[in-house]
Design a protein around this ligand. Structure first.
Ligand SMILES: [Zn+2]
Length: 123
């Protein structure tokens, strides 16, 4: 088993709100994603990933009250050799080519997922 699900789970459990981006679009993502995409949340949870704690996310406003998050990134512990691209509820999940530094010393890789469409009623 080269994906380390328990290590991944521990990584997400140890993350606090301080470790996450505080911008409005990201906060909107943390608040709404689990309810809007329960099947994707369950799939990522099977890898040990907490969908509410992305490594990197950004959004495009496609309607005044609707945001699209094209490619939300997550850290996964272990080797990417066992990871297979997939699609869940219209959301593609695949290996990321490039991403911001992770500050993780152990072997890990980064996956990308999207697009996600979420309401944005914060303003
Ligand atoms: Zn942000």
């Amino acid at each position: 088993m080269s994906m380390k699900i328990n290590e991944t789970r521990k990584y997400y459990e140890s993350m606090t709100a301080q470790d996450l981006c505080q911008c409005d679009n990201c906060q909107n993502f943390y608040r709404r994603i689990s309810e809007a995409y329960p099947e994707v949340a369950a799939f990522l949870s099977g890898l040990g990933v907490d969908i509410e704690k992305p490594h990197e996310a950004w959004a495009i406003e496609i309607e005044p009250d609707k945001l699209m998050y094209p490619d939300v990134q997550y850290v996964v512990m272990g080797s990417k050799s066992d990871f297979k691209e997939t699609e869940v509820s219209g959301v593609k999940i695949y290996l990321a080519d490039s991403y911001p530094p992770t500050d993780v010393d152990e072997e890990h890789f980064v996956i990308e997922s999207g697009p996600y469409y979420l309401k944005n009623e914060a303003r």
